[in-house]
Design a protein around this ligand. Sequence first.
Ligand SMILES: O=c1ccn([C@@H]2O[C@H](COP(=O)(O)O)[C@@H](O)[C@H]2O)c(=O)[nH]1
Length: 280
Amino acid sequence: MTPEPFGARLRRAMDERGPLCVGIDPHASLLAEWGLNDDVAGLERFSRTVVEALADRVAVLKPQSAFFERFGSRGVAVLERTVAEARAAGALVVMDAKRGDIGSTMAAYAEAFLHRDAPLFSDALTVSPYLGYGSLRPAVDMARENGAGLFVLALTSNPEGGEVQHAVRADGRGVGATMLAHLAEENAGEAPMGSFGAVVGATLGDLSSYELGIGGPLLAPGIGAQGATPADLPGVFGAAVRDVVPNVGRAVLRLGPDPVALRDGATRYAQEIAAAVTAG
Ligand SMILES: O=c1ccn([C@@H]2O[C@H](COP(=O)(O)O)[C@@H](O)[C@H]2O)c(=O)[nH]1
């Protein structure tokens, strides 16, 4: 049986739970703030606490692979368990691993994260298109076959991103805008929403010169620790705001380890986001 596409599953989760995505970013500084050791046991306690507090209520959890990889194979084993437990509790999992390589290697990354039988199978994966959008084709195909999705870095939240993403090609089109156009083609004809999203930072100010209506989701990091607020969303995303999955990491995680405080923090962000999206 063909698995239900990620875009349809995400749209339903956004409708039922609201669009908030909470990051699982076990920074060493956060482990210390939570009174945990900066070791594999601390990593596991941190991640499990976030999952137990939030996976039954937020639409999406986004583990940041880097913070698990720094502990080697035992950290990756924690990441596997984190993904499985989050999905079992009802959250969609976006693996933030930002993979990107030549197509033949990309196929192996796709098997690692997007094949249903893979230990790290996730509902969606962040990928970098800066070896050329076409190099992502094996991941696009694998995602389609397995009911998974991708979030392609288009306009990232960090100030350094512009030197690449705002660069203008010979045909006059910007590089970031080109990625958005590729995604719109990928999602054409998909309802209620395509499975191929873009990463577009909530920090970027007015993006009305970009065609953000790609027929797929827009993962928007930058809220909280990077300075953007839920109230900024309509001004940044305009009419596309209803397709935005706003990500909050440290600003929620800092409220732990008390699960009630984590839940209250996520609820506050979810309410502010809902108010902003309705107003927009
Ligand atoms: O453009 C991007 C792409 C990804 N990220 C990632 O999102 C989170 C943000 O965490 P905060 O603590 O809310 O700042 C983190 O995992 C980044 O690697 C991004 O910030 N910007």
